[in-house]
Design a protein. Structure first.
Length: 503
């Protein structure tokens, strides 16, 4: 069985898509989860893009030990210098250089001739090789490049020291058959390709990113590039969980395996969704809420008789916790820790203390606490712990025909602040009160609310996107059995992020 390397670009191609930005601590937390998941390579960012990108690639390089950490770079010395500076402390550093090779991109974007592109690849791959042994070269828009010229580009890259050749379907234009044929063609025509990894990077514009990726695996690719939940530019990238579970479930067909601990898939997906505030569609393969649910009577009957009638995977294979009633009001810290460990969460003593105190508050309001409740508390530990401001209390007066009012009390560092405001609804009034007491010009861009668990005493999770006058958008999340409270908490969490970024 051949071993397929998983190159995760959630923190680079994924993070650069609208609504998916993450702050430094969130990126580090995600990178550590990717390490637990068992990805081979983490593309941590594009170091030259901004000082913040540089800082986060560097921080991830220091935080992660088992995975290779890569930074993207265009084919320029400045980009490569920045990429190397950011990854050089990693235990396994990689520089990922790219240059477009399609006639369209060379003529209109790069304004370079074919010969200029060939020599730039040669020079810049060799320049990067001077710093780092592990060099990936990507021919941007490879799937729309002329195959013979593309093969020459990759041959130059190999001669200059590239150890991985990546074949991107940058605009998601290709079909599975075409991608497979392209890989076969390159294997036959690129000099030295047998000494390199062949990688594939597919976008989902026509909904074929996963199918294209898998076709390339069948045709001989040894590395796949993907993102958790398929986030990424435009329609996104190939989804990691779908590619991995297809290879795992159909190993008879692909004759391949990955190093992924599939039991960490669900947790990785949840964490990303929680950090970015981007929900997972219920019908999303592998990690959607309905992915393992059987609604029709015929299916239910079949599954009871023999699970294999309608189930090709088991929800526990991807780490979905069984939603049983697990703990109650009288459960202690020890029981909570044990339950968390059995769900795959290992918290520090300080984190456990914090989750436990929220668990006690919840247990006072909710009789039966399920795995989903506990998971929600764990995922929200960042939003409740971090930040300069903390919600102390609130009272809202809501109704129809008269203005709605809200009185909010916050703790800001040592000071206790209080403000009353009128608004078109209870949340509008609450958010106005907060803006006024903090003297901040923050705009609510979007708001969503959903139940994390079932039943009338379900926990509600609110997600807000708030923006500053200079157009920066931040995601805030909040959790409570009271939906007004979870919404105010989400707003305060967003404000805390704005304050933190300003420091
Ligand atoms: O889609 C693309 O072509 C890319 C490259 C930079 C690898 O993201
Ligand atoms: Zn891409």
């Amino acid at each position: 069985m051949k071993r397929i390397k998983i190159f995760d670009t959630t923190l680079r191609d994924g993070e650069q898509s609208p609504g998916c930005s993450m702050d430094l601590s969130e990126k580090i937390e995600m990178a550590k989860q990717l390490e637990k998941l068992g990805v081979d390579v983490i593309e941590a960012g594009f170091a030259i893009a901004s000082p913040m990108d540089h800082k986060s690639v560097r921080a991830i390089a220091a935080a992660v030990t088992n995975c290779t950490v890569a930074s993207l770079a265009r084919c320029t010395k400045g980009d490569i210098d920045a990429a190397w500076d950011a990854v050089k402390e990693a235990r396994h550093p990689r520089i990922h250089v790219f240059l477009a090779t399609s006639d369209l991109h060379m003529q209109y974007k790069l304004q370079m001739t074919r010969e200029q592109v060939l020599s730039r690849i040669r020079e810049m791959v060799a320049y990067a090789k001077g710093f780092c042994a592990d060099i990936e070269f990507s021919a941007e828009d490879a799937s729309r490049s002329e195959p013979a010229f593309l093969a020459r580009c990759y041959s130059e890259a190999v001669a200059a020291g590239a150890t991985t050749l990546n074949v991107p379907d940058t605009v998601g234009y290709s079909t599975p058959q075409e991608m497979a044929e392209l890989i076969a063609y390159l294997r036959a025509h690129v000099e030295g390709i047998e000494h390199t990894d062949i990688s594939v990077h597919c976008h989902d514009d026509l909904g074929m990113a996963v199918a294209n990726t898998l076709a390339c695996v069948k045709a001989g690719a040894t590395q796949v590039e993907c993102t958790v939940n398929g986030i990424g530019e435009r329609a996104g990238n190939a989804s990691l969980e779908e590619v991995v579970m297809a290879i795992h479930t159909r190993r008879d067909f692909y004759d391949a395996k990955t190093g992924i601990n599939t039991k960490q898939i669900y947790r990785s997906s949840k964490l990303l969704s929680n950090i970015t505030g981007v929900p997972i569609a219920p019908s999303k393969a592998i990690v959607g809420a309905n992915a393992f649910a059987h609604e029709s009577g015929i299916h239910q009957h079949g599954v009871i008789a023999n699970a294999q009638t309608y189930e090709i995977m088991n929800s526990t294979d991807v780490g979905i916790p069984q939603n049983t009633m697990v703990l109650g009001k009288h459960s202690g810290k020890h029981a909570l820790r044990e339950r968390l460990v059995s769900m795959g969460y290992e918290l520090t003593d300080e984190e456990l203390e914090q989750v436990f105190s929220r668990f006690k508050v919840l247990a006072d309001k909710k009789k039966n606490i399920t795995s989903s409740d506990i998971e929600a508390l764990v995922l929200h530990r960042r939003s409740t712990a971090a930040g300069a401001c903390r919600l102390l209390s609130h009272v809202v007066n809501a109704g129809d025909g008269l203005p709605n009012t809200s009185c909010v009390r916050l703790q800001r560092e040592e000071a206790v602040l209080e403000e009353v405001a009128i608004g078109s609804g209870p949340l509008d009034a609450s958010f106005k009160a907060i803006n006024r007491m903090l003297d901040m010009d923050v705009k609510l861009e979007s708001f969503s609310l959903h139940a994390v668990t079932d039943g009338e005493d379900a926990i509600g999770e609110a997600v807000v996107k708030v923006s500053t006058p200079n157009g920066q958008v931040y995601t805030g999340t909040g959790l409570s059995t009271d939906v007004i409270e979870s919404s105010i908490r989400a707003y305060v969490n967003g404000i805390n992020k704005i304050m933190e970024a300003a420091v």
